[in-house]
Design a protein around this ligand. Structure first.
Ligand SMILES: [Zn+2]
Length: 468
């Protein structure tokens, strides 16, 4: 398939120009003011063309609880989330479709799904999510969420004796599951990559991290984890290792240019230097950090230290949407209050580059996607500049990032294939998807707090120094 986008607005240094863009197969082959037409013609008139963004960390199945969880910090929020009955495989498929749709319609072309697996149906969970992503056509980085310690390990003990209610989960079986997923699904050529994704130091043993490093090296897989999202996790690292989580992950060899780390809120200056040295990527999830009161990640410090940073929505229960443009807006403006030196503030163009090229770097794909560069894959998005929310015409990228763009995505191509046209995904029926979600859900009030959550809350308040 070949096509030519005619006369689209594209950003150039300090401004914009109008250009034709030729795509042959999956790649951009020419960008110039005037080109001969090859293949189908797509009008770029009154439209802005940008590289697609990466939604660099989400948990698709959280769609089913979005809007429903009370204002709790992460540890209690998680306990409440686990109180919901396990999902059915078909629900995983549907929530992946929703996550992909909202990502595409807010400028994303790639998604990192740190997928929560249904216990006992792990491979089926992965199968259903990948089925959805292949169907809609988005580029997917499947990161099955694994851990081998019990959930109560996710809280610092605070020197309070906690009864460990059961044995640890089998590490070898967990790793075998990832190997099976790699053998079944890892196929970057067809836009499906599998990542090793131990959830984080709070619930994973060194044996699990080491097994993941081994798989990552053997199959050239990227690595993805949560890192120091909360103050509690900082305390856990000290209790568990006697050093910071970042120092420990460096010591065991987990940090690399193929490693992306979600959140990174509670890092020291020394930790930041380690990230810069190892080339690991920070994935910024501003909305979930605000929603769960986790803190403000020191993004400006990361950028100044030369650490690569990308943006993400995080799961829909801690956001509670999958709107990348919203995450980019909040995730860049938020940091203006962290330094008076306005020269360090994140500009709209810088934010767009972090969301696209930064996302690509975090997945070790900076030579393949993430910018409008001849030779790269056509993962690109056309925005409608005649949309009311992008008018009047001023600086389109400035307004796209700092405004409140609504239904502005006209078309999306992934790997050279048009998967959104006229603001709608071309390969799935959105009305049917809406009907499925409507029929499988109901309006509920606030759920009562369970005894299990209450007990955990008492412990949490004690170790965090809050009034019990
Ligand atoms: Zn997460």
């Amino acid at each position: 398939m070949s096509f030519t986008i005619q006369q689209a607005l594209i950003p150039v240094e300090n401004g914009y120009t109008t250009a034709d863009v030729q795509i042959v197969g999956e790649r951009l082959v020419a960008i110039a003011p005037k080109l001969e037409i090859i293949g189908t013609v797509v009008s770029g008139e009154n439209k802005l063309l940008l590289p697609g963004f990466v939604n660099a960390h989400t948990h698709s199945s959280e769609i089913w609880q979005r809007g429903a969880l009370r204002p709790f910090p992460l540890e209690l929020w998680l306990a409440e989330l686990y109180e919901f009955p396990p999902l059915q495989p078909e629900q995983i498929y549907l929530s992946a479709l929703v996550t992909a749709t909202e990502t595409l319609l807010s400028g994303g072309t790639s998604i990192v799904d740190h997928l929560v697996l249904i216990p006992g149906k792990e491979i089926e969970s992965i199968t259903q999510a990948i089925r959805a992503y292949k169907e809609i056509g988005i580029r997917v980085f499947m990161a099955p969420l694994i851990y081998d310690e019990l959930l109560d390990a996710g809280l610092p003990s605070g020197n309070i004796r906690v009864e460990n209610s059961a044995r640890e989960l089998p590490t070898a079986e967990t790793l075998a599951l990832i190997l099976e997923a790699v053998n079944k699904f890892h196929n970057p050529q067809e836009c499906v990559s599998v990542l090793v994704a131990p959830t984080g130091i709070q619930l994973c043993s060194d044996k699990l991290f080491e097994g993941c490093i081994e798989l990552s090296d053997r199959y050239n897989l990227c690595r993805h984890s949560h890192l120091l999202e909360t103050k509690a996790q900082q305390l856990i690292a000290q209790e568990k290792y006697g050093c910071s989580a970042v120092e420990h992950l460096k010591n065991i060899g987990y940090l690399s240019q193929r490693t992306s780390l979600a959140h990174c809120v509670w890092l020291s200056e020394r930790d930041i230097n380690i990230l810069a040295e190892t080339g690991a990527t920070v994935v910024h999830n501003p909305l979930s950090n605000l929603r769960l009161g986790s803190g403000i990640a020191p993004i400006i410090k990361y950028l100044k230290a030369g650490v690569n940073v990308s943006f993400a929505c995080d799961g829909a229960s801690s956001n509670d949407s999958q709107d990348l443009l919203e995450a980019i807006k909040i995730g860049s403006l938020l940091h203006n209050v962290t330094t008076f030196d306005y020269r360090d503030w994140i500009s709209p163009r810088q934010a767009v580059e972090m969301a696209s090229l930064g996302g690509a770097k975090g997945l070790n794909l900076e030579n393949e996607i993430g910018s409008l560069t001849v030779g790269k894959k056509a993962d690109i998005v056309l925005y409608d500049l005649t949309n009311l929310s992008l008018l009047p015409r001023t600086d389109p990228i400035g307004l796209l990032v700092r405004g409140r763009p609504t239904n502005v995505v006209d078309s999306v191509w992934v790997n050279g294939e048009r998967i959104v046209a006229d603001g709608k995904p071309t390969r799935i029926n959105i009305d049917e998807l809406r009907r499925e979600l409507w029929e499988r859900s109901q309006v509920t009030g606030e759920r009562p707090i369970s005894n299990a959550v209450r007990e955990l809350e008492a412990h949490y308040r004690r170790v965090m120094g809050l009034n019990v």
